[in-house]
Design a protein around this ligand. Structure first.
Ligand SMILES: [Zn+2]
Length: 468
């Protein structure tokens, strides 16, 4: 497989440091507001890439952090006259709920405030190696100590200026804070340099190395993170751990625009995932996200999302139709020329699908081959139904579903229906108990227990738990 590396600016052969393990770190959100459609793209794109790597036989360790202390969180808390922790907890749960709905499952979701010790140790290491300095209770990274600075973003030296409010105490305008001195009324932690809190970039160097070690195969995030966030992470980690490259493949997802414009608070055009997920199935959103190449921008447009809802339906209907044909089990002892041609064309489409994904994870092109395969399947249904074609199609679409997830909700819907049915039975049982028909009520309880459904009575009300 080949992937575009933002560091070399080239498409490179993907060879992890220690195959079949793939260590993948994705920069997660700063939890000061609801997760929006732009964040969702990064999460879905890299989750899908992970799924494809798993399909190729790799074992992917996926870590995605949560920035739960930051200027923006403190500002929001002050504006709403709330505790910063209330704000970050609220948006953390809301973010996790969105991830779960989108079927994105990192293994660990490290939160900054639970890694302050790790962050302090890393800053101490950088100071001891001469890459960081203390100034007025703040600690800064000395950009001049790392000759490779700027290689990731390739922006001119004049544009390295950052964190301008501290210019007077920094050695260079390009230096950035690793530790920020406490300001009155702000949350703080004790440190060797006095009370304060970590800067933004150091958290990812500290948390990624804690869980993944000092070398990472894939470091991913939105394109807007290249400078300064990823440039700074790279400087910190390569200097602290003495490794180069620290990250083998830097991958960045493109932005989501809203009718051609950048999404921003000031334009008031931010689309929240919570709202989108109340209107569209997660499968539809995943298909739409993957309809553009992950590095290209994608424009948000509800008419197009509605189109992908129909595409999702078509794929599911086709899959169901093929399953029916397989169930009928009319196996073939020979195929006629027409069927054989269709079957060969189907295999060509399947090949095209894999070649597209192997080529820098080209999902729009892969989807084109999925549609081609689907049309070939229907052609066989309308001309001469074929078990061989239906089976080839189903085996292929099962693979496609492992990456594109056009069919995830099936299991959840069944579970929800199960729960509703159990609630109906519990209601009837409650009426029986109200009428003192205890024998019948107990019989229902015992029979459900045999099915693995354990009922708990609290007065006349009951609840249940699955025992397996
Ligand atoms: Zn990060």
């Amino acid at each position: 497989m080949r992937l575009y590396n933002s560091l070399s600016k080239e498409i490179e052969e993907f060879v992890p440091f220690e195959p079949p393990l793939v260590r993948m770190y994705v920069c997660g959100p700063t939890v000061y507001d609801e997760t929006h459609v732009g964040h969702g793209r990064t999460f879905v794109v890299f989750d899908s890439l992970k799924r494809y790597l798993v399909e190729k036989g790799y074992y992917v360790v996926h870590i995605q952090n949560i920035t739960d202390i930051d200027d923006k969180i403190i500002k929001r808390a002050q504006e709403e006259n709330k505790n910063w922790k209330t704000i970050s907890d609220e948006y953390t749960s809301s973010y996790l709920e969105v991830l779960r709905k989108l079927d994105v499952y990192p293994i660990i979701h490290p939160r900054v405030t639970e890694h302050i010790r790790d962050i302090i140790s890393l800053i101490e290491l950088l100071i001891s190696k001469g890459h960081a300095y203390v100034s007025n209770g703040n600690v800064y990274f000395d950009v001049s100590s790392y000759p490779s600075y700027g290689m990731l973003s390739r922006i001119p030296r004049e544009s390295w200026r950052q964190e301008e409010e501290y210019l007077s105490e920094k050695r260079s305008p390009a230096d950035f804070a690793l530790w920020k001195k406490m300001k009155p009324g702000e949350p703080y932690w004790e440190s060797p340099w006095g009370p304060g809190r970590p800067g933004w970039h150091i958290e990812c160097s500290a948390m990624s190395s804690k869980y993944l070690g000092i070398k990472i195969d894939i470091h991913a995030g939105g394109m807007d993170l290249i400078f300064p966030h990823h440039e700074n992470e790279r400087a910190q980690s390569e200097c602290a751990f003495g490794v180069s490259p620290w990250v083998k493949y830097w991958l960045h997802s493109g932005m989501v625009t809203i009718r051609g414009e950048k999404m921003s608070k000031s334009l008031g055009n931010i689309v929240l995932l919570k709202e989108l997920l109340s209107k569209y199935k997660p499968e539809t959103l995943r298909l739409w996200y993957l309809s553009a190449h992950y590095r290209a921008p994608i424009d948000f447009n509800e008419e197009i999302i509605a189109q992908y809802d129909r595409i999702r339906e078509r794929l599911n209907d086709s899959f169901d139709q093929a399953l029916k044909i397989i169930d009928a089990y009319r196996v073939e002892y020979s195929l006629d020329d027409g069927q054989l041609l269709l079957l060969r064309n189907l295999w060509e489409s399947i090949r095209g699908y894999y070649l597209s994904l192997d080529n820098d994870f080209d999902t729009p092109n892969a989807l084109k081959f999925v549609h081609e395969a689907t049309s070939i399947f229907w052609k066989s249904v309308y001309t001469k139904e074929s078990y061989a074609i239906a089976l080839s199609y189903v085996l292929f679409m099962e693979k496609v579903n492992r990456v594109f997830r056009f069919r995830i909700a099936e299991k959840e819907r069944v579970t929800k229906l199960d729960e509703e049915l159990i609630r109906v039975i519990l209601d009837i049982r409650k009426k029986l108990r109200e009428q003192k028909q205890y024998q019948l009520a107990d019989e229902i309880r015992d029979k459900l227990k045999n099915l693995g459904i354990v009922i708990y009575d609290k007065g006349l009300e009951s609840d249940f738990k699955l025992s397996r």
